[in-house]
Design a protein around this ligand. Sequence first.
Ligand code: F6R
Length: 618
Amino acid sequence: MCGIVGYVGSGPVSTRGLEVVIEGLRRLEYRGYDSAGVALVVPGVGLATAKKAGKLANLVEELDAHPLPAAGAAIGHTRWATHGGPTDTNAHPHVAGKIAVIHNGIVENFVRLKADLLAQGAVFTSETDTEVVAHLLSAAYDLTGDLTAAMATVARSLEGTFTLLAVHADHPEEVVGARHDSPLVVGLGEGENFLGSDVAAFIAHTREALELGQDEIVTITATSVQVTDFDGNPAHARRFTVDWDAAAAEKGGFRSFMDKEIADQPQAVADTLLGRTDAAGRLVLDELRIDEAVLRSIDKIVVVACGTAAYAGHVAKYAIEHWCRIPVEVELAHEFRYRDPVVDERTLVVAISQSGETMDTLMAVRHGHEQGSTTLAIVNTHGSTIPRESDAVLYTHAGPEVAVASTKAFLAQITAAYLLGLYLAQLRGNMFADEVATHLAELRAMPAKIQTVLDRAGRVRQIARWMADTQTVLFLGRHVGYPVAMEGALKLKELAYIHAEGFAAGELKHGPIALIEPGQPVFVVVPSPRGRHSLHSKVVSNIQEIRARGARTLVIAEDGDEDVVPFADEVFRVPQAPTLLAPLLTVVPLQVFACELANAKGLDVDQPRNLAKSVTVE
Ligand code: F6R
């Protein structure tokens, strides 16, 4: 979704503001966008703007061809189109009078506001909801001569979601921002300050940051940061230190961020496990700020999430129900909220989200709160909204995930969910301490096993390249292999634009087997033969059934599982692991397959078409 950067520096006017903003926008590219623009305040001259549809490179080209003058304050934006197509004119910033504004979110009452403004003679040049805000700000500023007060007035009149940044032609020393249901963080520099949709916008310059609360206005100058609520009352913003460094967000020599992030997965899982036991080996989840009595009293868990994060939730369901004997429902966040779900104060609503900003998931958390439920966020991005609005948070430590499609965050989410399951089992007495310790030891062995899967990925890459012309691929799995199959299909759709579907293997005979015809490629995720025997043998039967009908079987099986060999066209081996932990391994060849096939097709695996990293509108 839209990326936002703001900057004010001290000293003589220079090109630094523009450089900082362009660099920040580049780091926010992973959020997905379809146009970009900047506005500068040039002392004694006024506003200077540039904006272009398409990639940031188009804007940079435009700036090279028509350089902007040295400036004081600067704001920049990458837009993901909602109201009005991705054109130069609809790109932000939008200017009215002496004010330029950029916006992330949707102004839901813009039609009425625009009608009022048109009646007053305002002239609009774009189809966006944002231009309404520019006009409103300009009118409000004219009444007081104070940009911060104008922003507060306008923020109170808007419905919907927004992060706004504005600059005024006569104030090269300040940038004013507002946030409502949309992210905005402040970066604290030496003689300069920053604003960003997330910390990636400014981590090249500072790691010291302020987390803004809901419905707050911020005014930055080179040396000050002032935060108020929408009524102008002073507000307290929490200070934190960002533990990601700029290099962590770079490709590190890999062909793409996606390749790097797939390779980073052993580290992401290891880091998510780090520091979560005490000296006695007991699991301690310090961030979990929920009263133990409350956790003991819950009688149901509802996981709310979207896309890949929801598949992590499905894996969590198998583990938590098995370990804790608590019923777990997994619900797509957007369905949960509008379904009138039966949840109450004995329900734990677990929101899983990489970005911590997914609007559907945030709304589900709020709905859970309204019903009196306890809410817990499993989130990767510090300073984001979902953890702030939840009763507790369990951070995944995957580091910044830049590629739009999720890979390492998925493994980290599953890992964090396992930790939650074991913690609840420990707390509620479902497991003895030594049993918890055994599971933890098995979890700690997983990063090395994931590395083994990565080291063996040559064959899956080769097959992917050979299959670059494939039109459709099916994925089958059972038990925890079922969400893995769905995630494998999602990755292929997103990255390679190939029709793909994941099925529960047991469902095959109830319909999907009709799709099988000679040559149809089918990935099958096979459970461990050392787990529940009937589970393994049933999946082996499924492989036989589709092979008999001509399917090309691409089988993911554990080391030592020889039963699959006679029925497999290809076997991709993963190390032996406990049944419930196997998804951390079996999904990896499917990620590699999708990434490699997309690369073979010459596609941009980091920024697939139509997708946004952080979906901040419903
Ligand atoms: C798929 C993917 C999406 C996200 C979903 C939720 O590769 O990335 O399906 O998983 O949009 O995003 P977060 O986890 O940020 O809430």
